[in-house]
Design a protein around this ligand. Structure first.
Ligand SMILES: [Fe+2]
Ligand SMILES: [Fe+2]
Length: 367
């Protein structure tokens, strides 16, 4: 039989109703599912981004998706599509206004810990400085992949209509693998090796992975944990004994800033959509701040940082500890400022010793 396209309806006529093996054929995909046929996105200067294709109905992310399947958002989905067991089915559970842009940025800025760090240029360091660098890298390589495990724990529970948020978290998982890699490599690359690991770090990691809800988990991880690490990376110029470490911290900092930006905007979106969520986040942070302070008093990491900042053990008392206190002040100030941006002001709730840390609440508000 001849198959023809009807010039008026655009439908194909004369299609076979059975396959060669005798199975019935319905040709639904060719008869015009409810797609936006004819919609053609225009690539921008960067190429064809996820923002370029998020147009018309394809750009609409529902607040409460009707399906629980992996059907692509915008496709014509069978009503009896199976349930994948998602529990994060509200957009406000996972979304952030900047998440699509952050995904594109993450993909564009992937780097290689093998290729992009000039390992051959590592200078020989005095013993104390090499030990200190190795200790900092031991602790960093230990904590980095919590920020892979945590999204991985929750991602398969996220409704697939929030595809771009899941894709962004995939980039975070890859970023953290690279961070674990780069710090492990630095610990080994100059003949020092992996030094000491103690319980305080594990206590913090356990609190994050065991959070009861994803929003609590992201507050603990993105706002609190990764925010603190981001400030350490920001101090990379001062911490690094050579240009090799400077580059390592600079590259990791770009990635970390994206993770923190997602978390801050996610919390903000969640609280805007449902103000009751704020109390849940506050409770998580009440506990998180205590555990983080315990992590912050980790002797190994703290003293190693002070030695690097001071430029050697002989300067630790005259210079190193002061610079380390500056770093801590910056970390807590930017954490509290981040909470303000996320719409969950901690200034009147935190039990952190602001006086002792030398933090003026007005500085936080101006940050
Ligand atoms: Fe990281
Ligand atoms: Fe991160």
């Amino acid at each position: 039989m001849t198959i023809t396209e009807n010039p008026i309806t655009g439908e194909y006529e004369g299609l076979p109703t059975e396959s060669p093996l005798g199975f019935p054929l319905d040709w639904k995909w060719l008869r015009g599912a409810k797609s936006e046929w004819g919609f053609k996105p225009t690539p921008g200067p960067r190429g064809l981004t996820m923002i370029d294709i998020a147009k018309g109905s394809y750009g609409e992310v529902p607040d409460n998706p009707p399906h629980r399947s992996m059907a692509p958002r915008g496709a014509d989905v069978d009503p009896d599509t199976p349930d994948m067991g998602y529990i994060l089915n509200k957009k406000s559970d996972v979304w952030a206004e900047n998440v699509v842009e952050l995904y594109e940025e993450a993909v564009a800025r992937q780097w290689s810990a093998t290729r992009d760090i000039p390992w051959n240029e590592l200078p020989e360091l005095p013993n104390d400085m090499e030990h200190a660098m190795c200790q900092v890298c031991t602790t960093l390589t230990e904590v980095e992949m919590i920020a892979s495990d945590l999204p991985a724990k929750w991602m398969w529970r996220m409704n697939h209509d929030f595809l771009e948020a899941k894709m962004f978290l995939c980039t975070q998982i890859m970023d953290e693998a690279r961070h674990a890699e780069v710090f492990r490599k630095r610990a080994l690359a100059n003949g020092g090796g992996l030094l000491v690991s103690r319980g305080q770090s594990e206590g913090l990691l356990r609190t994050i992975i065991e959070a009861k809800t994803y929003t609590q988990a992201t507050a603990l991880m993105h706002l609190l944990g990764e925010g603190f690490i981001l400030d350490i990376f920001r101090m990379g110029e001062l911490i690094s004994p050579s240009p090799v470490e400077k580059r390592m911290f600079r590259m990791a900092m770009q990635d970390e800033a994206r993770h923190v930006a997602y978390g801050t905007m996610h919390i903000r979106y969640a609280v805007e959509q449902d103000p009751d969520v704020a109390e849940e986040i506050h409770e998580a942070l009440d506990h998180g701040e205590v555990v983080l302070t315990q992590f912050g008093t980790n002797q190994d990491f703290g003293t190693a940082l002070a030695v690097l900042l001071g430029g050697g053990v002989e300067h630790v008392e005259t210079k190193g500890f002061d610079l380390q206190a500056d770093l801590q002040r910056k970390q807590f100030t930017s954490y509290l400022a981040r909470c303000e941006r996320a719409g969950i002001s901690r200034l009147h709730r935190t039990k952190l010793p602001l006086d002792l840390l030398g933090i003026d609440p007005n500085t936080v508000l101006a940050n």
